[in-house]
Design a protein around this ligand. Structure first.
Ligand code: ZN
Length: 180
């Protein structure tokens, strides 16, 4: 994180949600469109600023009642997001740092009613893979490799959440991926 980003994170209490940036604000949109930067692996585990940020981002996701949130959505352009594990019991929140998509299905589907905390009052169908092979580090710095499946709104769409949040780190929004 840059000094400016650390300052933003530390402005509030550790359990205080952060302000979610919106596409309707010109300055916010610039941050949302920026490509985020990797966090060095050795700076994950014993980095109090990063752990503070993860805690505040988790509180923000909870407050907004979302299924995922990416760091740039609160003004921090680092490669980190949270996604809710709809594929696991009790739906734990997973931290993904420096994520990669290493493989994906051949087929694409139109995921119905995609939405975003940064895009108020709009939903649409987005083009997504049915599954993705992913790699990322958790908040302890441990490397996780797995296949994420699920694109059913009624049941499990964990693979879709990962794709949506991953796009945020590239400055891509779901409105760029709408089905024809
Ligand atoms: Zn979003």
């Amino acid at each position: 994180m840059t000094q400016k980003e650390i300052k933003l994170v530390k402005e509030g209490d550790i359990n205080q949600p952060m302000r979610v940036l919106l596409v309707t604000d010109e300055q916010d949109l610039k941050t949302l469109r920026k490509k985020s930067k990797n966090i060095r692996n050795e700076e994950i585990k014993d980095n109090p600023d990063l752990q503070y940020f993860i805690q505040r981002l988790t509180r923000t996701l909870d407050e907004e009642m979302g299924v995922g949130i990416a760091a740039p959505q609160v003004g921090v352009n680092v490669n980190l997001f949270l996604f809710v594990r709809l594929d696991k019991p009790d739906y734990p929140v997973q931290v993904a740092i420096n994520p990669k998509i290493t493989g994906h299905s051949k087929e694409m589907i139109c995921f119905e009613d995609d939405g975003c905390l940064s895009i108020p009052d709009f939903s649409g169908n987005s083009k997504r893979w049915t599954w993705v092979d992913v790699e990322y580090r958790n908040e302890k710095g441990e490397l996780i490799k797995e296949r994420l499946e699920g694109y059913s709104r009624k049941d499990n769409f964990t693979g879709i959440i990962f794709q949506h949040e991953f796009d945020h780190l590239q400055g891509v929004l779901f409105t760029d991926k709408l089905c024809d």
